[in-house]
Ligand binder design. Structure first.
Ligand code: PMP
Length: 377
């Protein structure tokens, strides 16, 4: 079949059964593999939809400039579309984005502006503020604003949701999805819940992000914010694209488990997926009681692993982070989590549990103080 344009190859990504990694868990597990999009991520869907809606609304004119603040994947998709449709493209990224991602964007003709990662969103140096400023100062510019542009979630409502429903013949019982802007989860989950309100929606968040706490309490708590490594997952703002009411449970995952789980996907399933796909897979292992023998679980894998060759698929980087024991770096390219854990990873585990223990002590101390205060002690 001949396609008229690269844009015609966006969407209709495969749903692939996970045969080995989920062994021992109840239910059947399937991956919605968004790396099959031409830009190798789910963001192709939203870039196409948002750009075409902006064209229809007259917000983007021929020869115009598309501006966006992006962790990388949306940027790639926008740069790709800008190349196809003849727009200029300016992207602001945080310094957390991998060098591979930055090179990819530049090779598609985009101008890339790197902004500091550890500043507040309202700081004029943040990648959001910089994108706004560039859009204001560039004639004919359109700022896509994926966190707040409702066409982000709508793109998934019109494509990812119906695809998953049809691919599972309506038998899906659980949908597991990482949340950043919330567009992927919101659009897909809204469609699925309309078809069957009993489908359980499990959101995935990072330690260091504000999203889960907001879902639990309705409070935006800046104290939750701290640096973490997984790209695309979590937020330090509350994006209006994320409909928190659709989420039945929210699971926080850490950098180490996400990295090891992504490597397991490669080693056990032949799926070289991105870092946040490891997070989504890790979430499954953190809520095994959710699933029953007849559960049909769909896990969305957002992007491809080739963008993380210098990070989670690089043994030296893994050892530097303390995710792999140093002696494993020269002999074994990829080690399933189970092997890492049973051999010589005990000290790293002990360290982790010590950190958890200290965290919990601090957390409970806060409540003791509050109780004492309220009792006037
Ligand atoms: N994973 C990756 C790799 C991403 O780039 C993103 C998007 N920032 C997400 C997960 C989260 O998707 P969404 O923005 O639709 O919530």
């Amino acid at each position: 079949m001949i396609r008229e344009s690269v844009t015609d190859t966006i969407g209709n990504t495969p749903l692939i059964r996970l045969n080995r990694i989920a062994e021992g868990l109840r239910g059947s597990f399937y991956a919605k593999v968004e790396a099959y999009n031409p830009g190798q991520s789910a963001k192709d869907r939203i870039a196409l939809f948002m750009v075409e809606e902006a064209e229809k609304k007259g917000l983007l004119q021929p020869g115009g400039t598309i501006v966006e603040a992006t962790s990388g994947n949306t940027g790639y998709s926008i740069a790709m579309l800008a190349a196809i449709k003849g727009y200029r493209c300016i992207l602001t990224l945080t310094s957390k984005a991998s060098t591979e991602k930055i090179s990819l964007l530049r090779s598609l003709g985009a101008r890339v502006v790197i902004c500091p990662v550890d500043v507040a969103p309202e700081d004029p140096r943040s990648y959001y503020s910089q994108a706004e400023q560039i859009a204001r100062e560039t004639p004919g510019a359109f700022y896509l604003a994926q966190n707040f542009n409702r066409d982000n979630a709508l793109a998934h409502y019109h494509s990812t949701g119906p695809e998953i429903w049809e691919q599972t013949q309506g038998k899906i019982t659980h949908y597991i999805c990482c949340t950043g802007t919330g567009g992927t989860l919101t659009g897909t989950a809204r469609y699925l819940k309309e078809k069957n309100p009993a489908i359980r929606i499990l959101g995935v968040d990072a330690y260091g992000s504000v999203l889960k706490k907001f879902w639990e309490t309705g409070i935006y708590d800046p104290d939750e914010i701290r640096p973490y490594k997984v790209e695309g997952l979590g937020k330090n703002i509350i994006p209006s694209n994320l409909d928190f009411d659709l989420i039945d449970d929210y699971i926080k995952v850490n950098d180490r488990d996400s990295a090891l789980r992504a490597r397991d996907l490669a080693a056990m399933e032949g799926l070289l997926m991105g870092y946040s796909s490891g997070s989504a897979m890790q979430a499954v292992f953190q809520c095994p009681k959710e699933f029953h023998e007849d559960s049909l679980v769909v896990i969305l894998f957002s992007d491809h692993g080739s963008r993380y060759l210098g990070k989670i698929y690089n043994d030296s980087w893994m050892a530097e982070q303390g995710y792999l024991p140093p002696e494993s770096t020269d002999s074994r390219a990829i080690a399933p989590v189970s092997i890492c854990r049973t051999q010589d990873d005990r000290e790293a585990s002990r360290k982790r549990y010590r950190t958890y223990y200290l965290m919990y002590r601090l957390y409970y101390r806060k409540f003791i103080h509050q109780t004492q205060k309220s009792l006037g002690l």
